[in-house]
Design a protein around this ligand. Structure first.
Ligand code: MTE
Length: 323
């Protein structure tokens, strides 16, 4: 496959970095220089320097931005997004960033199996080098009614499905996170059905919006966000966007996802964002913008992606497509 990436040595950083990321860095430097006078803490975004420097795919970043995906709001800072995470494998609270650094992301093998022409077991770096990475700005909406907007890097899941060559009868793809309770202490909590699993229909998986995320903010994915690869489905509640995936299994049976197994009345298979359908515990009509000092904005149907995805659900009868 033809790669369109420039090596990191071909361009100066200011020229190779997407403008908004570059501007964000400049703003960050400026903010840091005035922060002490404002009495604001100067804590930098949590970074795992070793992981970023050792990542063999680093040369692919930053990827070219796909201009089709624009936002109606400003991007969150990298700090907002990397210091407030849901990753139950590392704890059932939002501050798992430090604990998640225990995850070893190399070597990392991805398996594509089930109803496919031939099972494929592939090293993550080989897989990424076969795909064409791009940057997309997406909104992200959690069922807990907080939201953010960020620049993901990744490749269309449609390309992965093509690479897997599923058989004609395959209707769903199940995704599975690593399982290693010695590293991820949360996986010792026996009442959760580890490993974390999620599923999409093949039509959802091949929708133009569906990304396999490999990075964010112009860099490889940090561990707390689901390195080395995760799902990004911006029209669905955040729990569908499974992190640190090791397996994609094609099947003709609808899978039961992690949270659906835990609490089926609250978390269903579809989980499409809809402000008019409240969740048992969180009203969904508005959302708290992460890093926005408590600011709330109106939630949009399909999180604002109705045009791209509404047709996926038009002919579904008797399904609760919003939870
Ligand atoms: N994937 C795994 N493996 N484990 C998790 O606990 N949490 C989900 C989703 N993917 C989760 C996961 C939930 S509930 C949300 S809201 C998002 O990840 C959060 O993604 P973020 O931490 O990058 O914001």
């Amino acid at each position: 496959m033809l790669l369109r990436f420039k090596s990191s040595w071909e361009l100066q950083e200011s020229a190779s970095t997407p403008e908004s990321v570059f501007m964000d860095r400049r703003r960050l430097v400026r903010a840091m220089s005035i922060a002490p006078f404002l009495g604001i803490g100067t804590t930098l975004p949590y970074r795992n320097a070793n992981a970023v420097m050792a990542d063999p795919t680093k040369r692919f970043y930053p990827a070219n931005r796909n201009p089709l995906y624009r936002l109606d709001r400003s991007l969150n800072t990298e700090k907002d997004v990397t210091t407030h995470n849901n990753f139950y494998e590392f704890g059932s609270h939002k501050f798992i960033a430090k604990e998640a650094q225990k995850l070893k992301t190399r070597p990392w093998t991805v398996t594509l199996d089930g109803m496919v022409e031939k099972t494929i077991v592939i090293d993550i770096d080989k897989l990424i080098s076969k795909m064409e990475l791009e940057e997309r700005l997406y909104r992200f909406r959690c069922v807990e009614a907080w939201s953010m907007a960020l620049p993901w890097t990744g490749f269309p899941m449609a390309d992965l499905v093509k690479f897997a060559s599923p058989l004609k009868g395959a209707k769903y793809v199940i995704m599975e996170t690593f399982h290693d309770p010695d590293v991820a202490k949360g996986q010792k909590q026996f009442w959760y059905p580890w490993p974390y699993q999620e599923g999409l229909t093949i039509e959802e998986a091949t929708n133009e919006l569906t990304l396999i995320g490999t990075g964010a903010y112009g860099k490889p994915m940090v561990k707390q966000m689901g390195a080395p690869l995760r799902l990004v489905v911006p029209w669905k509640y955040g729990f569908k966007s499974i992190k640190s995936i090791v397996r994609f299994t094609f099947t003709d049976k609808r899978p039961v996802s992690f949270w659906e197994k835990v609490q089926g009345q609250e978390y269903g298979f579809w989980a499409n964002v809809n402000p008019a359908v409240p969740h048992a515990r969180w009203p969904q009509d508005t959302e708290r913008v992460l890093g926005g000092g408590g600011r709330r904005v109106k939630t949009l149907l399909y999180n604002g992606y109705e045009e791209q995805v509404a047709q996926l659900y038009r002919n579904l009868k008797g399904e609760n497509i919003f939870f």
